[in-house]
Design a protein. Structure first.
Length: 144
Protein backbone atom coordinates (compact mmCIF):
# COMPACT_ATOMS: atom_id res chain seq x y z
CA UNK A 1 0.00 0.00 0.00
CA UNK A 2 2.94 2.35 0.58
CA UNK A 3 4.31 1.63 -2.91
CA UNK A 4 1.61 3.55 -4.85
CA UNK A 5 1.98 6.53 -2.51
CA UNK A 6 5.73 6.59 -3.19
CA UNK A 7 5.17 6.40 -6.95
CA UNK A 8 2.61 9.22 -6.94
CA UNK A 9 5.02 12.00 -5.85
CA UNK A 10 7.56 10.74 -8.39
CA UNK A 11 4.93 10.91 -11.14
CA UNK A 12 3.94 14.41 -10.01
CA UNK A 13 7.57 15.43 -10.21
CA UNK A 14 7.88 14.09 -13.79
CA UNK A 15 4.62 15.83 -14.72
CA UNK A 16 6.01 19.09 -13.32
CA UNK A 17 9.21 18.74 -15.38
CA UNK A 18 7.21 17.90 -18.49
CA UNK A 19 5.05 21.01 -18.00
CA UNK A 20 8.13 23.18 -17.47
CA UNK A 21 9.75 21.85 -20.64
CA UNK A 22 6.60 22.44 -22.68
CA UNK A 23 6.29 25.95 -21.27
CA UNK A 24 9.95 26.67 -22.06
CA UNK A 25 9.51 25.50 -25.65
CA UNK A 26 6.50 27.79 -26.09
CA UNK A 27 8.40 30.71 -24.55
CA UNK A 28 11.33 30.02 -26.91
CA UNK A 29 9.05 29.97 -29.93
CA UNK A 30 7.28 33.17 -28.88
CA UNK A 31 10.58 34.95 -28.22
CA UNK A 32 11.87 33.86 -31.63
CA UNK A 33 8.63 34.90 -33.36
CA UNK A 34 8.64 38.31 -31.67
CA UNK A 35 12.39 38.83 -31.97
CA UNK A 36 12.66 38.14 -35.69
CA UNK A 37 10.50 41.00 -36.97
CA UNK A 38 11.84 43.30 -34.23
CA UNK A 39 15.42 42.56 -35.32
CA UNK A 40 14.48 43.02 -38.98
CA UNK A 41 12.85 46.41 -38.37
CA UNK A 42 15.50 47.70 -35.96
CA UNK A 43 18.74 46.25 -37.37
CA UNK A 44 18.00 45.03 -40.89
CA UNK A 45 17.87 41.69 -42.69
CA UNK A 46 21.43 40.51 -41.92
CA UNK A 47 20.94 40.69 -38.15
CA UNK A 48 17.40 39.33 -38.39
CA UNK A 49 18.44 36.30 -40.43
CA UNK A 50 21.34 35.67 -38.07
CA UNK A 51 18.90 35.93 -35.16
CA UNK A 52 16.68 33.37 -36.88
CA UNK A 53 19.65 31.02 -37.34
CA UNK A 54 20.74 31.48 -33.71
CA UNK A 55 17.18 30.88 -32.51
CA UNK A 56 16.89 27.70 -34.56
CA UNK A 57 20.22 26.41 -33.22
CA UNK A 58 19.22 27.29 -29.65
CA UNK A 59 15.85 25.55 -29.91
CA UNK A 60 17.44 22.49 -31.55
CA UNK A 61 20.16 22.42 -28.90
CA UNK A 62 17.53 22.70 -26.14
CA UNK A 63 15.68 19.73 -27.61
CA UNK A 64 18.90 17.73 -27.99
CA UNK A 65 19.85 18.41 -24.37
CA UNK A 66 16.51 17.07 -23.21
CA UNK A 67 16.86 13.95 -25.36
CA UNK A 68 20.40 13.39 -24.08
CA UNK A 69 19.34 13.67 -20.44
CA UNK A 70 16.30 11.46 -20.92
CA UNK A 71 18.38 8.89 -22.80
CA UNK A 72 21.05 8.84 -20.11
CA UNK A 73 18.42 8.47 -17.38
CA UNK A 74 16.64 5.66 -19.24
CA UNK A 75 19.92 3.85 -19.90
CA UNK A 76 20.91 4.17 -16.24
CA UNK A 77 17.52 2.90 -15.07
CA UNK A 78 17.43 -0.10 -17.39
CA UNK A 79 21.05 -1.23 -17.17
CA UNK A 80 22.26 0.27 -13.92
CA UNK A 81 25.42 1.40 -15.73
CA UNK A 82 26.60 4.82 -16.79
CA UNK A 83 26.30 5.58 -20.50
CA UNK A 84 29.42 5.77 -22.64
CA UNK A 85 31.30 8.99 -21.97
CA UNK A 86 32.58 9.09 -25.54
CA UNK A 87 29.05 9.21 -26.96
CA UNK A 88 27.93 11.93 -24.56
CA UNK A 89 31.03 14.02 -25.30
CA UNK A 90 30.58 13.52 -29.04
CA UNK A 91 27.05 14.93 -28.85
CA UNK A 92 28.22 17.99 -26.96
CA UNK A 93 31.08 18.56 -29.40
CA UNK A 94 28.65 18.27 -32.32
CA UNK A 95 26.48 20.99 -30.80
CA UNK A 96 29.37 23.40 -30.42
CA UNK A 97 30.70 22.63 -33.90
CA UNK A 98 27.28 23.55 -35.26
CA UNK A 99 27.38 26.86 -33.41
CA UNK A 100 30.95 27.53 -34.55
CA UNK A 101 30.05 26.78 -38.17
CA UNK A 102 27.12 29.18 -38.00
CA UNK A 103 29.27 31.89 -36.44
CA UNK A 104 31.94 31.40 -39.10
CA UNK A 105 29.41 31.58 -41.94
CA UNK A 106 27.93 34.75 -40.51
CA UNK A 107 31.32 36.37 -39.89
CA UNK A 108 32.25 35.78 -43.52
CA UNK A 109 29.17 37.77 -44.55
CA UNK A 110 28.97 40.55 -41.99
CA UNK A 111 30.14 41.17 -38.45
CA UNK A 112 26.79 42.74 -37.54
CA UNK A 113 25.12 39.39 -38.09
CA UNK A 114 27.09 37.96 -35.20
CA UNK A 115 25.01 40.06 -32.80
CA UNK A 116 21.86 38.48 -34.14
CA UNK A 117 23.34 34.99 -33.81
CA UNK A 118 24.31 35.57 -30.19
CA UNK A 119 20.91 37.08 -29.42
CA UNK A 120 19.22 34.01 -30.89
CA UNK A 121 21.53 31.67 -29.00
CA UNK A 122 20.59 33.51 -25.79
CA UNK A 123 16.90 32.67 -26.09
CA UNK A 124 17.03 29.69 -23.70
CA UNK A 125 18.47 31.90 -20.95
CA UNK A 126 15.69 34.42 -21.49
CA UNK A 127 13.06 31.66 -21.56
CA UNK A 128 14.35 30.18 -18.30
CA UNK A 129 14.32 33.61 -16.68
CA UNK A 130 10.72 34.23 -17.82
CA UNK A 131 9.67 30.79 -16.57
CA UNK A 132 11.38 31.38 -13.22
CA UNK A 133 9.41 34.62 -12.79
CA UNK A 134 6.25 32.72 -13.68
CA UNK A 135 6.99 29.96 -11.13
CA UNK A 136 7.80 32.46 -8.35
CA UNK A 137 4.62 34.45 -9.02
CA UNK A 138 2.55 31.24 -9.08
CA UNK A 139 4.08 30.13 -5.78
CA UNK A 140 3.42 33.53 -4.20
CA UNK A 141 -0.20 33.46 -5.35
CA UNK A 142 -0.61 30.04 -3.72
CA UNK A 143 0.95 31.36 -0.53
CA UNK A 144 4.03 29.13 -0.64
Amino acid sequence: MTEPQAAEPEQQEWDFYREVFQRLVWILLVLAAVGLPAAWIRYGPAVALSFMLGSAIAILNFYWLRRTIEGMAAYLQTTGERPSSARVVARFVLRYLLIAAAAYAILRGTTNGLYGLFAGLSLPAAAILIDAVYEVSAALRKGL
